[in-house]
Design a protein around this ligand. Sequence first.
Ligand code: ZN
Length: 289
Amino acid sequence: MTVIFIKFNVVCNVSINGQHIGYVKDRSLIENEINELLALEGTNNIIFVDTVIPKYGFALVSKNQELNESEILAKISENTKLTYKYYAVTLNGEQKSIVNSLEEAENLVTEIKENYEDSVKFTIGINEIYSDNENTYETVDVKIAKQDVSEQLQEIKESSVKGVYLSQKPISGVITSRFGSRESIRSYAHTGLDIAAPYGTDIKSACDGTVSFSGYKGSYGNLVIVDCGNGVEIYYGHCSKLYVSEGDKVNAGDIIAAVGSTGNSTGNHLHFEIRVNGSQVNPQNYIYK
Ligand SMILES: [Zn+2]
């Protein structure tokens, strides 16, 4: 017996998942570390701590066997997974700002709604988002978040006809005739905006709505009319192809027709017309500004 205690030390043998990872003098050192890791749960956006539970045993090791406590601690934090949770404030489904707490997000949403709800239609919400990396998301304070959302809302407001948000340009192209212009092709002031684009170019719906007409209509040629609600209707004229039918629901960005030159038209272009309660308004007050 005496011999053993002269030549050997009694230490604690540490293993993780059945694998020996080293020796410590005192297992409480490891246990404290693990408790500290577990205590992170609920702080600094850490929603969950997934760590390892080591197994301990006694071991007799030779006196010159080195203890590797710091390596063991490193191994344990290596095998610990932290899950972070944040809150994204969304505007019309898009993430606008990421804040640290639900309370912050809720306050922001309430405040924004109070300031804007009457003037423009929008959907504001809160999304929980998770990450295993603290640096994946950059959070901002409530003041900045409010600014981000407000700026976007201002844009929405300026691009809205009677609360109907024109979030999508139907095509990109050159504007060849503006609203109200008088040209030899017709005897009255232009009722919409003409945008030239190659034959067959996809025409996207400028806003959400329901197709109220899809067919041939006199000087408009092949025409799609989308009823966007609130008395707002959008006309897409001179199309070569119509991809939607009366009664179809469309979302902003959906392809509804193709550019052509049907009806009273001298070249491939889209006639884009907005009517509010039946009267044409200048589209460039809201889109293609
Ligand atoms: Zn036109």
